[in-house]
Design a protein around this ligand. Structure first.
Ligand SMILES: *[C@@H]1O[C@H](CO)[C@@H](O)[C@H](O)[C@H]1NC(C)=O
Ligand SMILES: *[C@@H]1O[C@H](CO)[C@@H](O)[C@H](O)[C@H]1NC(C)=O
Ligand SMILES: *[C@@H]1O[C@H](CO)[C@@H](O)[C@H](O)[C@H]1NC(C)=O
Ligand SMILES: *[C@@H]1O[C@H](CO)[C@@H](O)[C@H](O)[C@H]1NC(C)=O
Ligand SMILES: *[C@@H]1O[C@H](CO)[C@@H](O)[C@H](O)[C@H]1NC(C)=O
Ligand SMILES: *[C@@H]1O[C@H](CO)[C@@H](O)[C@H](O)[C@H]1NC(C)=O
Ligand SMILES: *[C@@H]1O[C@H](CO)[C@@H](O)[C@H](O)[C@H]1NC(C)=O
Ligand SMILES: *[C@@H]1O[C@H](CO)[C@@H](O)[C@H](O)[C@H]1NC(C)=O
Length: 327
């Protein structure tokens, strides 16, 4: 698919300022290690309904925003999921820290994510926040019992790889397949690795990680990762780095080492791909994505906004933010 086209949006500047304000005013926001990292936090506000000030929903959410950061950071797998309150004011929430974080950075990241959600998605009953070191989602839908990855957040890095997109994408696919194979069988459902690429270029190596929520079975975890890895040519093609993060699984790769612990896998340089004589034919996924969304809620049970075009698969907030990604 072609890159997302910039569109004018009056709410853009306000959104950026808000996000910056959130970053600057929150001392607990985990600072990013490198200037090359994408603009975070990234929020997805579902906009399906608001709670009101002093409501039961707000107080339920408030309680989770205190206990979940503690439970996730104390958990050996850096994960917490919980629900609180009687229907219809039940709040479901889930938090997952990157597998290479420690207790303190996990706790502050998750706590900050809840606070940022209040600032960037005010009164929204359903929001997701992605930061470098954690992912948090809360909802009035039971997100704890589903395996679907929702509508994942996709972030290409601005820099193009030094080689052909095809060779780089292939190498990335091999690396992430390997980290995903390792992640599915680990208790944290997390694995990291590096792969030699082209020592004579700007991209001598590629670094990557794969992760699932640890409550997934190995098979479901691997299936989830295969799903997002298969969309690399569509969304991240030729980019030096990128990430796709959903409710259930995520990956990230970069041309530099962004990981805080020793890498688990080391892969040799992959063989050069056989050059394709013709451009790749659209895949079944492309066809599905191009198709009009009918009443098929099976693939999007989380209720993200879903318009008619491929672009519209991006949740509204993500789409807006994609215009102004500041690196
Ligand atoms: C929720 O409240 C925000 C402002 O607080 C407003 O912009 C938004 O339209 C409301 N959403 C719904 C679904 O009522
Ligand atoms: C919520 O409670 C606070 C403190 O009790 C009060 O100041 C505020 O007016 C209340 N807001 C609403 C909308 O009821
Ligand atoms: C946090 O952990 C405690 C002890 O394991 C558990 O009782 C509680 O339900 C958990 N709360 C949340 C919000 O996860
Ligand atoms: C936790 O990790 C952060 C980096 O993410 C580091 O700055 C901090 O020193 C670490 N804290 C401990 C107690 O290891
Ligand atoms: C929450 O996660 C734990 C694993 O950490 C899992 O056993 C449990 O089933 C999950 N709860 C729900 C409601 O999905
Ligand atoms: C990356 O490549 C794309 C497509 O070839 C091109 O449009 C874009 O300007 C390049 N970006 C950079 C930062 O070089
Ligand atoms: C990664 O694994 C999938 C199967 O899960 C396979 O279809 C794909 O070709 C692999 N990618 C690469 C680059 O080897
Ligand atoms: C994961 O572990 C199972 C056995 O527990 C094994 O059969 C399988 O090959 C392992 N998968 C990978 C990718 O290592």
């Amino acid at each position: 698919m072609a890159a997302r086209q910039p569109r004018a949006s009056p709410s853009l500047t306000a959104g950026v300022l808000l996000a910056l304000a959130a970053l600057l005013s929150s001392p607990l926001v985990v600072q990013r290690a490198t200037a090359a990292a994408p603009f975070l936090p990234w929020q997805v506000c579902r906009n399906s309904g608001n709670y009101s000030a002093n409501s039961t929903y707000q107080s339920n959410l408030q309680q989770l925003s205190i206990t979940i950061p503690i439970n996730a950071s104390r958990s050996p797998v850096l994960f917490a999921n919980s629900s609180i309150g009687a229907a219809p004011e039940t709040v479901y929430a889930l938090a997952l820290c990157r597998g290479d974080t420690n207790v303190s950075s996990c706790e502050s990241c998750v706590a900050a994510a809840f606070r940022i959600a209040q600032e960037l998605c005010p009164f929204d009953r359903d929001a997701a926040i992605l930061q470098d070191l954690c992912y948090v989602r809360f909802s009035d839908l039971n997100i704890l019992s589903i395996l679907d990855n929702g509508d994942p957040i996709r972030m290409p890095s601005p820099q193009n790889a030094s080689s052909s997109a095809e060779a780089y994408d292939d190498a990335v696919g091999i690396l992430l397949n390997a980290t995903s194979d390792a992640a599915m069988n680990s208790s944290r459902r997390f694995a990291t690795g590096m792969e030699d690429f082209d020592s004579s270029s700007r991209n001598p190596a590629i670094f990557g990680m794969s992760q699932c929520t640890p409550d997934m079975t190995p098979t479901d975890c691997r299936r989830c990762l295969a799903g997002i890895i298969s969309t690399i040519p569509q969304y991240l093609s030729g980019k030096e780095g990128g990430r796709i993060s959903g409710l259930r699984c995520s990956f990230r790769y970069e041309a530099y080492n962004f990981l805080y612990e020793e890498l688990m896998l080391q892969l040799p340089r992959p063989p050069a791909p056989v050059p394709a004589p013709t451009p790749p034919v659209p895949t079944a996924t492309d066809a599905l994505r191009g198709a009009k969304p009918s009443g098929n809620s099976a693939s999007l049970p989380l209720g993200w906004e879903h318009g008619g075009s491929e672009d519209d698969i991006m949740p509204t907030a993500t789409r807006d933010r994609s215009l102004v990604t500041v690196w």
